[in-house]
Write a protein that binds this ligand. Structure first.
Ligand SMILES: Nc1ncnc2c1ncn2[C@@H]1O[C@H](COP(=O)(O)OP(=O)(O)O)[C@@H](O)[C@H]1O
Ligand SMILES: [Mg+2]
Length: 398
């Protein structure tokens, strides 16, 4: 167990010994300073530490100021707050002040493993997010695109996210269809918090805060749902998305974004921020022509075609267009074919993605293979390229 250097700020009037007892050395926390806001705090706060633990009464403005000051001065130092049960509004203000986590303690003085875990998580998160740029090992951002509505973008987003999560990956999905998003319905989720609530929450964004606005699916995927009313869409701005994407890529291996049809500013921002595009088309002549136009638009944006994968939905042989025809119209062969099936319609209506509802169906297999395609694309970046083996040539050159 790694030792975590811990600085503690205590609200004046609280029992210092009781607080120290909350942080026993056998939990791997080494106290480097304990102080109350005031004179000795001016010295203590300069201490090098991995984390600041703020022990506060509920609704304490002094302690909120301590958090804000710490985040401003030492952005790489995590902040965890220990406080009594308090109204929701105060919790939100703690996060807005920049704290990573809050541990609610009825009585201060009990050694708390919750605190130990919160501190560990906060330190890992904060140190991960202190790197300004998207790091080499940042998660993939997969933008699911398609030229028209009703062609299977949402279906693909839902099933790709669930297939990846089910395979044990950390997955986030974002519904960018801000006016008519139905990713939540497709996944059977009830929207309690949406991107609208996050965008209008005020204060700065960090990974922990974004996490509190996401809804968890049974597969383990976390979903940032779309606003529940169309008129709220305008609150989700391009600048907001840029920040959210960067934070999500630090916390998840795969961030999958469902988009509305067309190249709106939000969609263009998502394409720009993405590492991959998953282009969806349907097997009919009009749809294929539109897919070609969309691929040409990506090329004009300078998007490298190696980063694009193509899904052909409703790819049944009955329609009279062969795969060769498809490749000729679109300009490239599809990577994954998804069949048309009434089980899919049923699974959408039931809010149970087909990869879970009907695991052996051809459609489920298609979406799992799509997940495999993106996993295979990610791997080479993280693993050193296998060294070329030298030929077994004899010394004498023969
Ligand atoms: N392969 C398919 N088989 C059967 N129904 C499908 C298939 N693909 C899509 N659908 C139906 O079409 C509807 C629209 O799909 P959706 O993913 O919402 O499209 P988009 O997000 O592109 O607008 C879905 O509700 C589903 O019922
Ligand atoms: Mg959709």
């Amino acid at each position: 167990m790694r030792t975590i250097d811990t600085l503690v700020a205590i609200e004046p009037g609280l029992d210092r010994q009781a607080v120290e007892a909350t942080l026993p050395p056998e939990h791997g926390l080494r106290l480097v300073g304990v102080a109350e806001p005031g004179d000795d705090w001016e010295i203590a706060r300069k201490q090098a530490a991995d984390v600041l633990v703020v022990v506060s009464r509920p609704e304490s403005p002094v302690m909120l100021a301590v958090i804000e000051e710490s985040v401003r001065e030492r952005p790489d130092r995590a902040v965890v707050v220990v406080t009594g049960a308090s109204p929701n509004g105060f919790m939100r203000r703690i996060f807005e002040a920049g704290a990573e986590d809050v541990v609610v303690a009825d009585e201060i003085g009990e050694p708390s493993l919750d605190l130990r875990f919160a501190v560990e998580k906060a330190v890992a998160r904060r140190q991960g997010s202190s790197a300004r740029e998207i790091k080499h090992d940042a998660g993939e951002l997969i933008c699911v695109l398609g030229p028209k509505g009703g062609i299977g973008k949402t279906l693909t987003t839902a099933n790709l996210a669930v297939a990846l999560a089910d395979a044990g990956h950390r997955v986030a999905a974002v519904d960018l269809d801000l006016q008519f998003g139905d990713l939540g319905l497709t996944l059977g989720l009830v929207p309690e918090q949406t991107s609208y609530d996050l965008a209008t929450s005020g204060g700065s964004l960090d990974a922990a805060k974004v996490a509190t606005y996401m809804t968890e699916h049974v597969s383990g995927a976390h979903v940032l749902l779309a606003p529940t009313r169309p008129e709220r869409a305008s609150h989700v701005t391009v600048e907001f998305l840029r920040e959210v994407y960067a934070l999500l890529r630090r916390s998840y291996e795969y961030v999958i974004v469902d988009t509305p049809p067309g190249f709106s500013p939000e969609v263009i921002e998502t394409v720009d921020a993405s590492s991959r595009v998953c282009m969806i088309g349907m097997l009919d002549a009009l749809s294929l022509k539109n897919m070609r136009l969309a691929l040409e638009t990506l090329a004009r944006m300078g998007y490298d075609s190696d980063r694009i994968r193509v899904v052909l939905n409703r790819a049944d042989t009955k329609v009279g267009i062969s795969l060769e025809d498809t490749a000729a119209i679109v300009g490239r062969a599809p990577d994954v074919l998804v069949p048309s099936h009434r089980d899919i319609t049923r699974s959408v209506n039931a809010g149970e993605p087909i990869v879970l509802a009907s695991q052996r169906s051809e459609a489920a297999r298609a979406f799992r293979s799509l997940a495999d395609v993106f996993v295979a694309m990610r791997r080479p970046d993280n693993e050193p390229a296998p060294r070329k083996r030298r030929g077994l040539r004899r010394r004498d050159g023969s």
